[in-house]
Design a protein around this ligand. Structure first.
Ligand SMILES: [Zn+2]
Length: 291
């Protein structure tokens, strides 16, 4: 009888070990990345059923936040300057333990070039160090509260004159910069709407950006709207999706009225057209005046 007990106990221990192995294998699948294959300049949605505090893609680390559903969600930006290839996204617990690793394919992406003709007085505009600092602080602040929810609305209805990611030339000279937002066609005075709920962080005229409103939507999502003729909100205000935050203008480095707006995901500018369905103007090539 004694030896039978020992066998039972051994089997029991073995079963326990097997259960541990099975559980840890399962937890590796409890985190997902969507989509699993993505062009440069887009956003990957991260989801975990286990308490993941952060996720890491090469040298970029973003936070995940516990949702009312019990899941942990986060947003991983793929920058325009990232190198295409296959990479693991690692999910980490609070103490730094790797909970799961999921593959992401970053696809090769071709961005066209676009020349912008600038009048001398507009080309001479430059940002001040204070302006740069204001923008950096905005991009770097990631707030815990999630104000936004899918899906976002378009800030104006107009078609896209200039897409995200195009390499910019000013008067034929390469700037070394890319278009970090999109330009939508809209007549001067058109109301501009918040794409999602959030807290207004910047309401200010900038030298290059013109009349600007920047909104923190929470948990890593931020948007910014430029070249406005009139600003309709105050810094610190809570806004809802669809609230009018200002009006289309041509202030700052802009040759004509249009809306340039930007989506930042955890501080990295990403393609707004992945977030909001918008039509291209199509015949945009000959009209490259906007910035
Ligand atoms: Zn623009």
């Amino acid at each position: 009888m004694k030896s039978q007990n020992r066998i039972h106990r051994a089997l029991y221990v073995l079963a326990g070990l097997l259960a541990t192995v099975v559980t840890s294998t399962a937890s590796a699948q409890e985190c997902t990345v969507k989509p699993g294959s993505i062009p440069l300049g887009q956003t990957v949605r991260l989801r975990c059923e286990v308490p993941a505090a952060t996720a890491r893609l090469n040298s970029r680390t973003v936070r995940l936040f516990k949702q009312e559903t019990g899941d942990w969600l986060g947003l991983m930006p793929v920058a325009v300057a990232d190198v295409p290839g296959d990479y693991p996204i690692e999910f980490l617990a609070e103490d730094g333990t790797v909970l799961a690793s999921v593959n992401l394919t970053i696809r090769k992406t071709v961005f066209p070039s676009q020349n912008v003709v600038l009048a001398p007085q507009i080309g001479a505009l430059h940002s001040t160090p204070e302006e740069m600092q204001t923008l950096t602080s905005f991009r770097d602040s990631i707030s815990d509260v999630k104000y936004w929810e899918d899906s976002l609305v378009a800030p104006v209805r107009g078609c896209v004159i200039s897409p995200f990611g195009v390499k910019r030339l000013h008067n034929g000279k390469p700037t070394g910069d890319f278009h970090a937002g999109i330009d939508q066609r809209a007549p001067a005075g058109t109301p501009i709407r918040a794409v999602a709920a959030g807290v207004v962080k910047i309401v200010q005229p900038f030298n290059v950006l013109g009349g600007t409103v920047a909104i923190d939507h929470g948990q890593g999502l931020e948007t910014m709207y430029l070249h406005m003729s009139k600003l309709n909100v105050e810094a610190g205000a809570r806004v809802n999706r669809d609230d009018v935050i200002g009006y289309v203008g041509a202030t700052g480095r802009a040759n004509g009225p249009h809306l340039h707006w930007v989506v930042y995901v955890n501080g990295v500018p990403v393609n707004p057209q992945q977030w909001v369905g918008l039509k291209s103007c199509g015949t945009a090539k000959k009209k490259s005046k906007e910035n």
